[in-house]
Design a protein around this ligand. Structure first.
Ligand SMILES: C[S@@+](CC[C@H](N)C(=O)[O-])C[C@H]1O[C@@H](n2cnc3c(N)ncnc32)[C@H](O)[C@@H]1O
Length: 187
């Protein structure tokens, strides 16, 4: 088990630096709601957070966490993030968070898949306003294999540098297959 700074923490630091009160944000994989709660806190009562997941267990866990923390500015939507484009206007979103893989404490057989993840990423980039950001935590190996990681990394590598700045961070001195964080800024 790696110690020290984690990928999730890196993503949270990046998001904290870019989201402000009143922003519209998306959690593309809400799981147990930790990222949704962060976005709700940063966007504040004047802002709005859309949170997607395909598992009822995740939607319920997220709603419960938000209620415990007193956040009323989120809508939890039980559908694939591949449909996020139906829920927001192009150019209106300040941040989209992706935390790929399976639900922590849930089934390891239900996880994000390359085709829907790529479709969601494409829509996320369209929904972003200028200066908006995407954070991605990519988990791979074990049940979900490598296809999603490879497809996502290939896609972000091909983004036009005139329109997007893309950063990739890796833990180079940790054993096993530590997650990869990718951060995108729309110019
Ligand atoms: C690593 S977990 C997310 C953790 C979460 N951000 C948190 O703070 O607890 C990945 C989540 O993605 C969800 N997921 C899988 N495929 C999905 C899809 N097509 N659309 C939306 N969510 C999906 C899983 O159900 C799981 O809850």
């Amino acid at each position: 088990m790696a110690s020290g700074l984690g990928t999730l923490e890196l993503a949270h630091q990046f998001i904290r630096a870019h989201v402000k009160a009143g922003d519209k944000c998306i959690d593309a994989t809400c799981g147990r709601g930790r990222d949704t709660a962060l976005l709700c806190e940063l966007a504040g009562p004047e802002g709005k957070v859309l949170a997607f997941d395909i598992q009822p267990e995740a939607a319920e866990a997220t709603r419960k966490l938000l209620a415990e923390r007193g956040h009323a500015n989120a809508e939890v939507i039980l559908t694939s993030h591949a449909r996020m484009g139906e829920y927001a206007e192009d150019g209106s979103v300040a941040a989209v968070m992706f935390n790929f893989g399976w639900l922590p404490g849930g089934s390891h057989d239900i996880y994000t898949l390359p085709e829907s993840s790529l479709a969601a990423l494409e829509q996320a980039l369209r929904l972003l306003k200028h200066g908006g950001v995407v954070s991605m935590c990519i988990y791979y190996g074990r049940n979900n294999g490598y296809a999603e990681r490879d497809a996502l990394l290939e896609a972000v590598t091909k983004l036009d540098p005139e329109n997007y700045t893309v950063l990739r961070t890796e833990f180079v001195n940790r054993a096993g297959e530590p997650p990869i964080a990718v951060f995108i800024i729309k110019e």
